[in-house]
Design a binder for this molecule. Sequence first.
Ligand SMILES: CC(C)(COP(=O)(O)OP(=O)(O)OC[C@H]1O[C@@H](n2cnc3c(N)ncnc32)[C@H](O)[C@@H]1OP(=O)(O)O)[C@@H](O)C(=O)NCCC(=O)NCCS
Length: 345
Amino acid sequence: MPRPYAGVVTAQPTVRDGELVLRPWRLEDSDATRHLHDDEIARWFDVPAAHPSEQEHRSWIERTGTEWAERSRATFVVEWRGHAAGTVDVRLQDPAVGVLSWAVYAPFRGRGLGWRAVRLLVEWSFDALALDRVEAHVNPRNRASVRTALRAGLRREGLLRGNARLAGVTQDTLVLGRLRGDAHPDSREGFTAMLDSTLPTKRAIAQGVLRSTTGRILLCELVYKGEWDLPGGVVDRHESPAACVVREVREELDLTVVAGRLLAVNWLPALLGWADATVFVFDLGTVDAAVVDRARLQQREIRAVHWTGPLDWAGRVAPYNERLLRSLHEHTGGTLYLEDGTPTG
Ligand SMILES: CC(C)(COP(=O)(O)OP(=O)(O)OC[C@H]1O[C@@H](n2cnc3c(N)ncnc32)[C@H](O)[C@@H]1OP(=O)(O)O)[C@@H](O)C(=O)NCCC(=O)NCCS
């Protein structure tokens, strides 16, 4: 697709979506818009005064024309029912990548103008500027702007920690982006991808209880931590917990097991820098104790394995695992639901 903006400079266009219009700024807009700047805009753009001076505002409007002519930025008035209701812009960071910014004036907020204006700007940027990507850098505490970006079809891509300053305080920045080839945000695929980029993800761990014929439970003595633990590990992306425990036992102990009944689901709260996690504990069946004598232990993770009973656990396993093992030991019915090793209810 040709890049008209990147070639001969043409007049900045006006773009419409029903009652919403994006049009170039004009000096005549200055008086009507200067006093519409408020503390919210000043806060997030980190400017000292809510209202710019007449001179500052007029200079800024003039600069939008210069930036268009220089092909560095396209800034539009968001006009709604004939009123200047805000401003949106796309700055060309690279010939194919634009960085978005926006503001809606207080009297016009909360009626869907923000996200509609940004979405119109994004789609115009793909068509008229032939951009391949647009992105926005938003303070994660600016909830209205995060939602505006998502509703405009941008996906959450990542968090840059401590890369910005606002009112002299170091802040994080959320990066949200949309690619030209992304499914449209109104399509099922596009909406799901947008939502999926923001929903919480929780670590899943799968472990197994392997018993000896005398009823003892196998625990691993690990290279990287002092406490003994059940065999198992962190579930990979797109892997089921049952498949994970079978894989982990094969990798750690070189044993082939079958993930049997689900003995417990144990939710672990955040601990020692780890986010919260959900542990699935499977029954791996009963084997002759001598089976582990023949096991080839994964040297970089497992120092040794031990057949254990209740008298061996105190002080050897982490407190939450001791609670889990005791809960399992005392329980004979169906699957246990535990929080931090303890049954609820
Ligand atoms: C961000 C801003 C443009 C939103 O404009 P708006 O027209 O009020 O927004 P919309 O009505 O289109 O709503 C967009 C989304 O934000 C949500 N939202 C709006 N105001 C909100 C608030 N105060 N808190 C939380 N969410 C809010 C809306 O519910 C909507 O999300 P949803 O449809 O998923 O529910 C406006 O608040 C603003 O100008 N803020 C100051 C400038 C700014 O922060 N600019 C961005 C710098 S990166």
